[in-house]
Structures are given as structure tokens and as C-alpha cells.
Ligand binder design. Structure first.
Ligand SMILES: [Zn+2]
Length: 304
């Protein structure tokens, strides 16, 4: 609590210091939380938006706490965009306070309907926050975000409309390509065991049984009982491969592998998936579309 209070004091100071009027060359500035959101706003904004992402590659948003540098960035934003649904669990208070102080904020989870969100009592918000793993959801979010950007920065309407239309087309093509790749995997082999429960939206959209070791939030460590239960499940269903994640420590998945092996069955670690963060920004996996293709190829090739 002490840390948050200090950050809020700093925040007030920064807000007070910010000039009310933009100079002519100043761009519309958007501060984003996760790398998925940073990527989306960069795609939609092009040169029209100055995008400042708070979280980098490999960062776990469930556990992320704001630094002083983040507060500076947030306080200078024209608009703050975050995932919501309690994904950024340690930043909730900061966002709420900013809202009360008149900063414009958007939570992407609020864009989705009840039908588009998976309910889960395992998470603080009672909703699964990993909404980007449904390409359909991400497409809806893109369309609604274009409208919001136009409302908040009408000068660049043409740019947002053009980039949004092109990106929705790319997301449609991505969905088709992923369906074709996943069709290589018979339905009984579509079992995805990962380090934490990030893939329920993916499972729903592409007919996978999804098992996550740590439950929905990485704030809870996988218990010994969980490891036993899931290792029995892997043996019963003859699962060939399980997966580690780039933003979650590998040790729980390795413990699961050891447990299966100790019971006389072999399971391999099929690769590292990008779950709650994209890859390095200079690589293809540093973009949402590249990340999705990499994950699906890794999953299908390991389970085939
Ligand atoms: Zn997660």
C-alpha cells in the first residue's frame, strides 16, 4: 500500500506540471499496459500516435507493479489503454485514481459482451482476462477501439479508419490460417497443458481441452495436489507434450513432466508459448499476428 500512495503523490505532481495545451507538433499520446495492447495501438495509430508501452517482452501482467517511470508516462498520456478484467491486478488502484483525477482511460475488457467473455470464479473479477486469445474477440476490440480513437482524436479519423479496416482483414485471414493448421490435429489430440490457465479463449475458439497448472492468475503457485491430478490426466489421455510460457517460470511445468515420467510415461516439453506477453519487439513474435502463428505452429507440431 505504501508504494501505491507514493506513486499517487508523484502522479498528482506530474499532472499538475503538465501543460494543458498541446503544441502543434505534439502527437496524441497513448500509454498502454501489455505488449498485445501496445502492438494493437501501434498498428491502428501508425505515425499519428505516440505509443508508450509499460510492460515489455516476458513480463507477467498479473504481478506487475507500477514503477516511478511508469507513473511519469501515465501522467503524460492523453489516453491510457489497459486490458482490465483484473489482468493488471496490481495496477487497478492506480487506474481508478487516475480516472477520478480526470485522466481518460479505456479497459478493453469493457468492449466485449457477456457472450464474448468466459466466466470463471478462479479469478478476482469472476471473468477470465485472457481475452486476446480469441481472434474473434481481438477483431471486435479492434473495431471498437477505432471508434474510440476517432472520438478522442478526430483529426486523425482517416488514418484510424484505414488502418483499422486493413487490420480486421488481416485478423480474418489469420483466423482462417490458424483453423487450417489446427485441422492437422485430430480432435482427441487437442489437449493443451500449459504453465497457467491463459488459453481458455483459445480452447473455446479452436476446440481444445485446456489445462493450466497455476489456475487463472500466476499469483497462486501450482500445488502438489494439482501436479498429481494433472499428471494422472496426462497419462490417461496419452498427452505427448506440455508447454512452458515465456512470462511464467518453467519450474512447475518441469515438476509436472517429472511426475509423469516417474509414473512410467514419457511427456516432452513441446516448446515455449507466448501467453501474457509478446516476444521481442524486433521479432515476428513481437507482434500479435506473429505470436499467434508461432504458438499454433508450436502446439500443433508438438502434439501431432
Ligand atoms: Zn495470465
Amino acid at each position: 500500500m505504501k508504494k501505491i500512495s507514493l506513486l499517487l503523490v508523484l502522479f498528482i505532481v506530474f499532472v499538475a506540471c503538465k501543460p494543458a495545451q498541446k503544441t502543434e507538433n505534439e502527437k496524441f499520446t497513448v500509454v498502454t499496459t501489455t505488449t498485445m495492447i501496445t502492438d494493437l495501438v501501434k498498428v491502428l495509430g501508425g505515425d499519428a500516435i505516440e505509443v508508450k508501452g509499460i510492460m515489455g517482452a516476458g513480463v507477467d501482467p498479473h504481478l506487475y507493479k507500477a514503477s516511478e517511470g511508469d507513473v511519469t508516462k501515465l501522467s503524460q498520456a492523453d489516453l491510457i489503454i489497459y486490458n482490465g478484467l483484473h489482468l493488471e491486478g496490481k495496477l487497478v488502484d492506480v487506474f481508478e485514481k487516475m480516472n477520478q483525477m480526470g485522466k481518460q482511460t479505456l479497459a478493453l475488457g469493457d468492449f466485449l459482451s457477456h457472450e464474448q467473455i468466459i466466466n470463471s470464479e478462479a479469478f478476482a473479477s469472476s471473468h477470465d482476462p485472457h481475452i486476446w486469445f480469441s481472434i474473434n474477440n481481438w477483431k471486435s476490440i479492434t473495431e471498437l477501439l477505432v471508434n474510440e480513437l476517432i472520438k478522442k482524436d478526430p483529426e486523425n479519423t482517416a488514418i484510424y479508419t484505414k488502418n483499422g479496416t486493413a487490420y480486421v482483414k488481416q485478423l480474418r485471414a489469420l483466423k482462417d490460417e490458424m483453423e487450417a493448421k489446427i485441422a492437422e490435429l485430430p480432435i482427441e489430440k487437442r489437449i493443451l497443458v500449459t504453465a497457467h490457465d491463459a488459453f481458455s479463449y483459445f480452447g473455446k475458439e479452436f476446440d481444445f481441452e485446456v489445462v493450466g497448472l497455476q489456475g487463472l492468475s500466476t499469483a497462486t503457485e501450482a500445488g502438489v495436489k494439482d501436479v498429481q491430478r494433472i499428471s494422472d490426466y496426462i497419462i490417461k489421455n496419452k498427452v505427448k507434450a506440455i508447454f512452458v510460457e515465456s512470462s511464467v517460470p518453467k519450474r512447475t511445468v518441469e515438476a509436472l513432466q517429472a511426475s509423469v515420467n516417474s509414473k512410467g510415461q514419457k511427456v516432452i516439453i513441446g516448446g515455449e508459448l507466448f501467453s501474457d506477453a509478446l516476444g521481442n519487439p524486433t521479432e515476428e513474435t513481437g507482434k500479435y499476428i506473429g505470436m499467434f502463428k508461432y504458438n499454433v505452429n508450436t502446439i500443433v507440431d508438438a502434439l501431432k
